[in-house]
Design a binder for this molecule. Structure first.
Ligand code: NAD
Ligand code: DAU
Length: 352
């Protein structure tokens, strides 16, 4: 079992859920969270754990090679879970630069630190490099047809990313593959479908729609809402990542998904029903450029080989619980939508 994890991007949606999940599932494990606190990094997500002896926060950018060298090269971690990324497709369509820098080049910086540790270790001059899990996405596979539901993404599906976001994540995927193949580093990759749950930044469809409805605003549905996503509860994803870190086979890729395909229109109708609102609250807006039609994951490998199963994603209960979380935690997302959450960071860590 790992003892001390370096988590990158731990102040975001999945990262903050991962910290809570690991502390509950493995009470003896320590986590250092390295996060640059970009717009989607919110230290309030983990405010209650700030004084937990198992938790440490380091503000920093994965692209800062000297800092990464000092941090990872210290040898205090036996596992790295790499989640830090620019994560929103619409933002990548507006400006791809930050995506390539964080998702592709940032991943390369981390891999180069591991490579240098490996060289020093072989010379008897330092600790071995830690095991490293790259948290990738199903979007690297591109898009499936809407008509043929028998088609799913497997780990053998070629990478055909369609958005600047997925292309930059695929850049990281390819580097992880190459550094394992060339240098024999202990690297693994997960490719997960769409997550939902607490603390998701309200630019993503579920928290955006739920919080808009609470505010009495309409929900902007792209096109006619025919696009399909495969929804998984964030804690099921966290459990999959921990499982891969603990028991995955070095160099392997593991797909993660919930067999829970919903069209965006179906999702929107479900949210409206839960929130007690009518269809008049839907506003059909211009479609996303290059909008991928359908994502659907075949997760049989991680189930068969590592015994992982999704247990928290059953629809509509899991969606109802998520909507309820946003109803009950209005202060959290109001501070995000208004930008006030940035003040918390400035109070704790100085100016951004
Ligand atoms: P998020 O945007 O909520 O969080 C990203 C975090 O990374 C933020 O805390 C941000 O401050 C940090 N970050 C960004 N650039 C950084 C940098 N250069 N250095 C250090 N920290 C940086 O994203 P999320 O939805 O939690 O996604 C986390 C990871 O999971 C991403 O790698 C994403 O590609 C992947 N993923 C997400 C989903 C999903 O549905 N949300 C599904 C599959 C995979
Ligand atoms: O599949 C995994 C990916 O899921 C992750 O890798 C990404 O980081 C994550 O952001 C998510 O990408 P999507 O583009 O699928 O998520 P988003 O919530 O942005 O959109 C979900 C669907 O809802 C998509 O088909 C577009 C649609 N949509 C989205 C928004 C924000 C709307 O119809 N209206 C909206 O306002």
């Amino acid at each position: 079992m790992v003892k001390h994890i370096l988590l990158t991007g731990g102040s975001g949606f999945i990262g903050s859920n991962f910290v809570r999940f690991v502390f509950n599932a493995r009470p003896g494990v320590k986590i250092t969270n390295l996060d640059a606190l970009t717009y989607s990094g919110n230290p309030e997500n983990l405010a209650d754990l700030e004084h937990d002896a198992r938790y440490r926060f380091v503000k920093g950018d994965i692209g800062d090679a000297p800092l990464m060298e000092r941090l990872i090269g210290s040898g205090e971690f036996d596992g790295v879970v790499h989640m830090a990324a620019e994560s929103h497709v619409d933002r990548s369509i507006m400006d791809a630069g930050p995506f390539v820098r964080a998702n592709t080049l940032g991943t390369q910086v981390l891999l180069d630190v591991l490579r240098r540790m490996q060289v020093r270790h072989k010379e008897g001059k330092g600790p071995p490099p830690p095991r490293f899990v790259y948290v990738s996405t199903d979007e690297v596979y591109g898009s499936l047809p809407l008509e043929d539901k028998s088609q799913l993404f497997t780990e053998e599906t070629p990478l055909q990313p369609n958005s600047p976001y997925s292309a930059s994540k695929a850049g990281g995927d390819c580097l992880v593959r190459a550094y394992h193949h060339t240098f024999g580093l202990d690297l693994l990759t997960t490719r997960c479908s769409n997550n939902f749950g607490p603390y998701q930044f309200p630019e993503k469809v579920i928290p955006l729609f739920v919080t808009n409805l609470i505010e009495g605003k309409q929900v902007p549905l792209y096109g006619v809402g025919a696009n399909v996503r495969d929804w998984l509860h964030v804690e099921d994803h966290c459990e999959a990542v921990l499982t891969v870190l603990e028991r995955g086979v070095s160099g392997e890729v593991y797909n993660v998904g919930g067999n829970n395909e919903r069209s965006n229109l179906e999702l929107t109708h479900a949210i409206l029903a839960i929130m007690g609102k009518g269809k008049d609250m839907i506003r059909n807006v211009e479609d996303r450029l290059g909008h991928d039609l359908r994502y659907a994951i075949d997760a049989s490998k991680i189930k068969r080989e590592l015994g992982w199963q999704p247990t928290r994603s059953a629809w509509p209960k899991a969606l109802e619980a998520t909507c309820r979380w946003y109803v009950d935690n209005r202060k959290w997302w109001e501070r995000v939508k208004s930008g006030a959450y940035r003040e918390y960071y400035e109070r704790q860590y100085g100016t951004r």
